[in-house]
Design a protein around this ligand. Sequence first.
Ligand SMILES: [Zn+2]
Ligand SMILES: [Zn+2]
Length: 248
Amino acid sequence: MIDMHVHSRFSPDTEESMERQCRLALACGLEGLCFTEHWDIDETSLGAGHYDRDGYFAEIDRCRSLFGKQLRILSGVEFSEPQNHPKELAYARTLPYDFLLGATHYFCGGRFPPELLKAGVSAAEMYGAYWEEMRRMAACGGVDCVAHLDLPKRYYRCLQYTVAEAKEILSLLIEQGIVIEINTSAFANGFKEAHPADALLQLYKDCGGREVTVGTDSHWADERSIAGYLAEGYKKAAQFGLAVRRYV
Ligand SMILES: [Zn+2]
Ligand SMILES: [Zn+2]
């Protein structure tokens, strides 16, 4: 198994080291992992100005020299709102990433779902804005994979969508050659299903989706998140007859 969504201190929301994440992946018997640090551009986002690309690639090289014989260490990025940053996205595509993960974290006035929740924005209004952003992101293309398709449920603890809008987004992604991710952080947050939920995985399959990636979105070297939940994600892929796409 390869964990295609791992963070380290190059992301603004953790201080974990790449080396520790690699050691844990090895201890858990993984074939490899991909460091997908947050690249946030909007000034209102948590990670604005944080991303140190040169430091990141230097640390990837150092970890490859330490563990490269036993572990596949992929370089990736979790690029926030690619639909709003075409110039930066085009630049990202010139960098030596193995894997570009696109995500929508900030919307409805550049806010993260917990802020929207705190501000009293209803689930209906929030999801309306979120799916519209996801539709724009799917139409924009330019990434390999879409992270945590139904992310707001992590905070709102409910999921709302219409089948028509979900199908439109999923079909656009498939047309663009973009796969979706089975993000197992939902299991770690007490859900019985991943991001996205089973019903959305089924719709993806119905729309012609064939492949996914699987990632824990692990921000800390937590044995449970890698060893346990990653395997659950692989099981989900198999349950829906979806192949896990490889980038190595
Ligand atoms: Zn994310
Ligand atoms: Zn992430």
